[in-house]
Ligand binder design. Structure first.
Ligand SMILES: *Cc1c(COP(=O)(O)O)cnc(C)c1O
Length: 500
């Protein structure tokens, strides 16, 4: 069976069900599989499979303590008509690339793919492990995870869901999506701080053993819906595998011929899933990691130095406004494994780097790891160019991108200018353009309007692109969550929420 261990070492070796329930290891490390499994079928055997079939195969490979029936139940429950497209993740060609559209779920961002299935994985895992407690999902969000987690967990028996988002740093649409959330087990707070503050606060609640004891007396267990949870990450591997199969079907690549992957990156979860797909056997040549003005990752891939001591910018691609990219820790673990082939040595290396990060806000990886990182290329783009890119793509190819996807497209265009590389390229299209309507409208020359909802109508009128149906009544819905708190008040907010 595939066992899960902490990136920061220790003796703990647990099942995937246990790792999904716990979310974060008690030494603050992230759970990783001891080995990344290989695909159980050849790529030829997989061509033609539906998204759900691919998802099942991937989940079964990583979560092999779940039975086939359990995983089928999870997959069938997650990927149903909640998604507006039957193929779940349509692949669209525009310009010289393919976009894999990950935003046709309920909240119009890619987080829906994993967060539609996580509640089923979590409740199934609880049953498997014989845990008869209530699970409280704590979530820090830069805007998109929060809503997708609320949507996934609302009214799920045996769970409470608490979301913290940065006050005044998400789009109006994103904020309303969260603050109008219904469901008796949902709790939403704006914190006076940025996403990193929210994430730090959540991690510190997680690793506070006194707090855990206090909750345990009330028969409550904490878990996470952030991409630090392995149950969030693994479902995302499926769409990179699926994308390659589709390219083969369309004859855009020949069997064995590699593709490049471009991902607009924040917490490094989405691009890490692509790396897992490669480790499973999908031929991926280069991982292009696209950042906005908060270009800590782009600098990292250039220099091997991760340095979070820098100004934080609020940009027009807010879901990537992050300086501490949690899932990079998992990549570092796997790269160390490639070098040392030894769990203990690899986790020691990771623990040392993370200690540096906590103490000095920065670290530098070794020469060996810099070599291993070679398949990753970073790049960044500022807010003005992001808008220009939306405009030129729309004008030239009639394809409307959101700001995050535009960051990815622009970074890829820059890469192409400098590198002679004709491999087929798939860009992760992470949000609907309607999720960031003010920026998108501005990019395509729509005049300034009073509120985001007017932009929705106007973008629709000008482009004909369908508005996500979940946005239809957003404006009329009552605001149910109004709390704005200091970041130091997060533990109390959790206590209060769990009283009710
Ligand atoms: C979350 C998010 C990202 C960043 O994804 P990570 O997995 O955190 O790297 C990019 N774009 C959008 C629209 C998002 O919601």
């Amino acid at each position: 069976m595939t066992k899960y261990i902490s990136t920061r070492g220790g003796n703990e070796k647990i099942s995937s069900a246990a790792a999904i329930i716990k979310g974060l290891a008690s030494n603050k490390g992230l759970y990783v599989p001891c080995e990344i499994p290989r695909l159980p079928l050849t790529i030829e055997e997989m061509v033609g499979k539906s998204y759900k079939e691919v998802a099942f195969i991937i989940l079964k490979s990583f979560f092999d303590d779940f039975s086939d029936d359990e995983l089928r139940y999870c997959v069938e429950s997650a990927y149903d008509d909640k998604f507006e497209r039957e193929e779940i993740v349509p692949i669209v060609q525009a310009g010289a690339v393919h976009f894999i559209e990950l935003f046709h779920g309920k909240t119009a961002a890619f987080k829906d793919i994993a967060l539609s299935i996580l509640p089923y994985l979590m409740t199934t895992a609880m049953k498997k492990e014989g845990i008869d407690k209530k699970v409280c999902i704590l979530t820090a969000t830069s805007g998109d995870t929060g809503k997708a987690a609320l949507e996934g967990f609302a009214d799920v028996e045996g769970t409470e869901i608490i979301v913290f988002y940065p006050h005044n740093a998400v789009s109006k649409i994103q904020e309303l999506q969260m603050t109008t959330q219904e469901g008796r087990n949902t709790h939403v707070f704006a914190i006076k701080g940025n996403f990193d503050d929210a994430q730090r606060g959540v991690k510190s609640i997680f690793t506070d053993s006194e707090f855990a004891k206090e909750l345990s007396q009330k028969n409550i267990l904490l878990s996470s819906a952030n991409s630090i949870n392995i149950g969030r990450l693994v479902p995302q591997v499926a769409y990179y595998v699926y994308a390659y199969l589709k390219l083969l079907e369309e004859k855009a690549v020949n069997l064995g011929e590699p593709m490049n992957v471009v991902v607009p990156t924040g917490n490094f979860g989405n691009i890490l899933a692509a790396y897992y797909a490669k480790m499973m056997g999908i031929p991926i040549r280069t991982f292009i990691c696209a950042s906005n003005k908060n270009k800590v990752l782009s600098d990292f891939f250039e220099t091997g130095i991760y340095d979070a001591n820098r100004d934080f910018y609020v940009t027009n691609s807010p879901s990537m406004d992050i300086l501490i990219s949690s899932n990079l820790e998992r990549l570092l673990f796997h790269l160390n494994m490639n070098v040392y082939k030894d769990h203990e040595k690899s986790s020691e290396e990771v623990a040392a780097l993370m200690a540096d990060l906590e103490k000095n806000g920065k670290y530098e990886v070794s020469g060996d790891i810099k070599k291993e990182m070679g398949m990753f290329v970073g790049g960044f783009v500022g807010p003005e160019l992001t808008l220009k890119t939306i405009q030129s793509m729309y004008n030239k190819h009639g394809y409307l991108m959101d700001t995050h996807t535009a960051v990815a497209y622009d970074v890829y265009s820059e890469y192409k200018k400098h590198v002679c590389d004709d491999f087929e390229t798939v860009i992760a299209s992470t949000a609907s353009p309607y999720k960031f309507p003010a920026s998108v409208a501005n990019a395509i020359g729509i005049e300034k309007m009073d509120d985001d909802f007017e932009y929705l109508q106007e973008i629709n009128r000008v482009t004909g692109v369908k508005i996500p149906s979940s946005f239809a009544d957003l404006k009329q819905r009552p605001v149910l969550h109004k709390g704005v708190i200091e970041k130091t008040e997060m533990p109390d907010a959790v206590r209060e929420s769990l009283k009710k």
